[in-house]
Design a protein around this ligand. Sequence first.
Ligand code: WTA
Length: 635
Amino acid sequence: MSNYSIKSLEQYFRVYRRSVEKPKKFWGEIAENNFTWFQKWDKVIEFDMQKASFTWFRNAKLNITKNCIDRHLASNGDKNAIIFEPNNPGEAPRYYTYNQLYVEVSKMANLLREQGIEKGDRVCIYLPMIPELAFSMLACARIGAIHSVVFAGFSANALSTRINDSTCKMLITSDGGFRGSKTIDLKKIADEALDNSPTIKKVLVVNRTGQEVTMREGRDYWLQPLLDNASATSQAEVMDAEDPLFILYTSGSTGKPKGMLHTNAGYMVYTAYTFKNIFHYRSDDIYWCTADIGWITGHSYILYGPLLNGSTTVIFEGTPSYPSYSRFWEVIQKHKVSQFYTSPTAIRSLAKEKIEYVQGFTLDSLKVIGSVGEPINEEAWHWYNDHVGNKKCPLVDTWWQTETGGILISAIPFVTPTKPTYASLPFPGIKPVLMDDLRNEIKENQKSGNLCIEYPWPAIARTIWGDHQRYIDTYFTKFPGKYFTGDGALRDEVGYYRITGRVDDVIIVSGHNMGTAPIEDVINEHQFVAESAIVGYPHDIKGNALYGFVVLKETGLWRDRNNLIKEINQLITDQIGPIAKLDKIQFVTGLPKTRSGKIMRRILRIIAEGEESDFGDITTLVDPEIVEEIRREKV
Ligand code: WTA
C-alpha cells in the first residue's frame, strides 16, 4: 500500500492533507492493508474530546502479537527478531529469530494462563533490560492480560504504589540486574514492595545475576523450571480493538503517578506506521533504541513498533559508559546497526568525553539517527550529526509523550529537510495548534504558545487507570475541545515546530519526567522539614537538574546541613528512586508566597538559574524581602 511508506516531500504533503481532511478513510486504509485482523471494524473512529472518549476501529478483533510475531513466521521465521546485547562485555550476545520468539512467548503465555492469569488481569513487570522483559510483555498481550512495566530503577515504595494503583495480581521480576559495574538487588526491592502490595498472589523470578535471594514459599517461583514444562505453541486471545493492552505510569504535576492506559488496535496501527516511516525501516535493517523498556519509548520503539514491521531490534542491558565511553559505538559496529535512537542526555554525556572514544569505530552501517525525550540543544545536535551520523544520516528529533503512545512531530528521513533543535513537521493524522494563555489560537508563524493537538490519533491514551476525571482535567479542560500536551512550542516561518519545554510543574531531567509535587511531598516527610519547593535549572548533561528550596522547622538545626542534605536525598531515593535526587538543596527561612498562599515558582526558577534578571512584579508577595535573602544565599 503506497501511503504506508512515504518517500518524498511532495508525497508527505499529499498524504498529510488527506490524513487531516479525510481521517477516517486515511486510517481505515492504513489499518486495512497492513495488519492481520480476526474481524474488521464497523467504524474507524468515534470520539468526544470534551469527555476524552475515543473508540478507534470499533468492534474490530485482533491480537497484537499475531501481528508482531505469527504473521512473520512463514516469510521470515529465521530472521532475527531480537538481538540481546548484555551489560557485561564478556558475555556473548543472544539472538532470537522470529521462530524462537514465537516459542518463548508461547511458553510464557501458557505459563501465565496456568498460573491463573486471565484476560483483563494486571501483571506488573519489574525487570532489567533482558529478553525476558520483552517475552513477558508479549505473553501478556497474547493472553489479553494488561502489562504494567515499572522501570527497574524505581524504589520499593514507587513499585508498590504502582502495583496497588492497578491492583496487579502477579509480579515478574529477577534476582538482580547488571548495570554498568553495579548489580541491582531487584528481588530484594520487590520483596520490600510486596510487604505493602497484598494484591500480588504470585511472583515469577528470572535468574539473571545468580545472586542469593529469599523466595517465599507458595508465592515466589523461579521462572525457568516452569517454562521448561510449558508448551511451545499457543493460541492468541481474541481481543477487541479497545481492550486494554497496557498501563504505563508517568509522573504528573501533582499527586500520585498517572497510569496511562493504551488499548490494542489504535496503538498497534500507530506505532507500526510511525516506526516504518520515521526510522526509514527497510527489511534487513538492524534497529537499536537505547531507551529502557520501562519507559514509553521502549514500549513503542524497542518492542511493538519494530516487531510489528518484522524488524530486528536490539535490546541493550548496559549503559553508555561501561566498560568505556565507546560502548554505544562498539555495539553499532558489532551488530551493524542501521538506525540508532537515543536521548540528548546520552549524547551530551558522551560529547564531553574525548573524541577518540567515538573515532575509530566504523559507523558506516548507520542510515538514520534519532533523538527523543527532551529538547536537543544545538551543540549536542551538531556533535551527534557530525560524529555519529557522519553528516550523512538524517537526524530525526522526535517529539511525543507517554500519553500520545507514538511520535507525533518528527522529520521523516530523506523526506523532510532537518533543522537543528526543531522536531519539524507533524506526522500524518496529527493536527498541532498553538494556543495563547487566553485560549486563543495563534495562527501566525514565528510565535510560541501552548502546544495542543486538535484531532485524535489512533494511539492517544484512553484514560488514566481508575481516574477518568483526572484524565479529562489534566489534558482536555484547559483548552476545550483539544488535547493539551503540557509543552510549549515555537512555530517557525515555514511551519516547523520547536519544542521549548514544559509549561507546567513537570521537569524533564535526563529525559525523565519529574513532577515537582511528588518529590516535595517526600521531602516534607522529613521530620525537620516544614515545607519545600523544587524547580529545574539548566544542566550541561541532564538538560535540567533539580534545585530544592527547603524550609526547616527549627533554625537550630542548620548546623547539620550536610547531613540533612544526605538524609533528604536518601529519602527521595527510598521513596521514588535515585533518578529523582536533587542536585542542589538550599535551606531558606521562607518561600516567596502570594497572599493566597501560592508559591511563586517563577522567582525560584530565576534564582536557581542564576540569572541576574529582574523578578518583575513581586508586590503580591506576602514577604517580598525573602526574595533577596534567598538570592543572597544561593548555593
Ligand atoms: C519531552 C517520552 C523536546 C516533552 C517520549 C514531553 C521532548 C515529555 C521531546 C514526554 C523532543 C519528548 N523534544 N522535548 N523531541 N520528546 N520531550 O512521557 O516535554 O517520558 O512532554 O515521553 O518529554 O515525556 P515521556
